[in-house]
Design a protein around this ligand. Structure first.
Ligand SMILES: [Zn+2]
Length: 411
């Protein structure tokens, strides 16, 4: 008896945690399970050869994030890297990091401004173009750091990267990129230096399981030494990625970033990515099912309707929003229900305020109607609104819920 109880408790937790995972598997090309991008930073001397030379044996293309001055001793080698189809990314002009790195004390991010960063990143693009004839579209944060300034004057330069580049990659991150969720200006970069293929394989397998994009980051290419991506590991990784049975799409960061952006745009309006809603230009807040968080044993986001299907009294949907100021809002609900399932009570709560109602017939499951439920006084900045069943029910369904619309009340 005790065992049965704990198993069902575990299952309940499992379903609650998985209630959000209702989007279709991310559509990687040719039915692949995941994407891998190999990336190498700093324009190290070993990158063109043996690095790119080895990758070329396998037809695998990588991204090299360069500091232009470091390429100068071997421009011919770097031209070969470009000519064989690899991507060149921007890794800044002088590689500024925190002044805690003593070598960066004369170019410490703590002493930078956004304008200085902008000027230097533009100069880096110009210099790469002058040397190699290609202009970088992607960026990697030196030392994985994305701030300038100190203390109260600290600023993030992520917005600058979002403006200037297709993507920005971090360093020594702990999780792969989620293609549905990720901010392109903050792609995670997981270290591959000084690791065997056997150490990297579990990371690849976990990313494949979750249909993610694994951006691996390294430095030198060789057989030993600090910050070195081992050639033996790269060979095994290329063989693994080239085996169709493993379902891996291996491509440069920019190629994958463009693909992910395109797919997200195609699917816009039919994806459930819970997140913060903000008022539209007219002040109205549209809380669509796309942005809602379905929580419970049997709540389902239905992409074809962009609505939540509601099957038990334990299910709920939460919406989070940021508002510019405190104010009263009319709450409109966009729902559908069949005549036979209509009539169950629902509640909408925000903090200690509650609106109650009964799900009125909408005509059919396919016919959505909109009705004013009441008014809520909402706070400046963060608010959470929860829609739930008003009482338990044994079978049937509560409703399909497409959206809440919050219309500011003019005082
Ligand atoms: Zn670097």
């Amino acid at each position: 008896m005790k065992l049965i109880f704990s198993v069902s408790a575990l299952l309940a937790v499992f379903f609650v945690l998985n209630a959000n995972a209702q989007n279709p598997d991310f559509p990687w090309p040719e039915g692949k399970n995941m994407a891998i991008s190999l990336s190498f930073d700093d324009a190290r001397a070993s990158n063109p050869d043996p690095g790119a030379t080895l990758l070329n044996e396998y037809g695998v293309k990588a991204t090299f994030y360069v500091v232009p001055a470091s390429m100068e001793p071997n421009i011919e080698g770097w031209k070969m890297v470009v000519a064989t189809g690899h991507e060149i990314g921007n890794h800044s002009l002088y590689h500024p990091c925190s002044g805690n790195f003593v070598w960066s004390r004369n170019k410490a991010l703590e002493d930078y401004t956004i304008q200085r960063m902008r000027n230097e990143l533009t100069a880096t693009n110009d210099e790469v173009e002058r040397l190699l004839g290609v202009r970088p579209e992607v960026f990697a944060y030196p030392c994985g750091l994305s701030f300038v300034g100190k203390g109260e004057e600290t600023q993030s330069y992520v917005p600058l990267i979002a403006e200037m580049f297709l993507s920005g990659r971090g360093w020594k991150d702990e999780a792969p990129v989620d293609p549905y969720y990720a901010d392109m200006a903050q792609l995670t970069g997981m270290e591959m230096d000084n690791m065997s293929f056997e150490e990297i394989l579990p990371i690849i397998e976990a990313a494949a399981e979750n249909r993610q994009w694994l951006v691996l980051a390294g430095h030198e290419n060789g057989t030993e030494g600090n910050q070195t991506t081992y050639l033996s590991m790269l060979r095994k990784l290329c063989e693994y990625a080239n085996d169709p049975a493993n379902g891996v799409w291996i491509a440069p960061v920019g190629t994958v970033a463009k693909y992910v952006k395109e797919k997200r745009e195609e699917m816009e309006g039919n994806l459930n990515i819970p997140g913060i809603s903000k008022p539209a230009a007219n002040g109205t807040v549209y809380l669509t099912a796309e942005k809602g968080r379905g929580i419970g044993p049997d709540i389902q986001y239905m992409p074809e309707w962009n609505a939540f299907g509601w099957f038990t009294a334990k299910d709920r949907v939460e919406w989070d929003m940021n508002l510019p100021k405190k104010g009263t809002y009319e709450v409109w609900m966009d729902w559908s229900v069949s005549d036979e399932e209509a009539g169950k009570p629902f509640v909408i709560t925000s903090g200690d305020q509650t609106l109650q109602g009964v799900v009125k017939p909408s005509g059919s499951w396919e016919t959505f109607q909109k009705i004013k439920v009441g008014e809520l006084l909402l706070d400046e900045d963060f608010n959470r609104i929860i829609v739930a069943s008003g009482e338990g029910f044994d079978k049937g369904a509560l409703m399909d819920l497409k959206a809440l619309t919050l219309v500011p009340v003019k005082k």
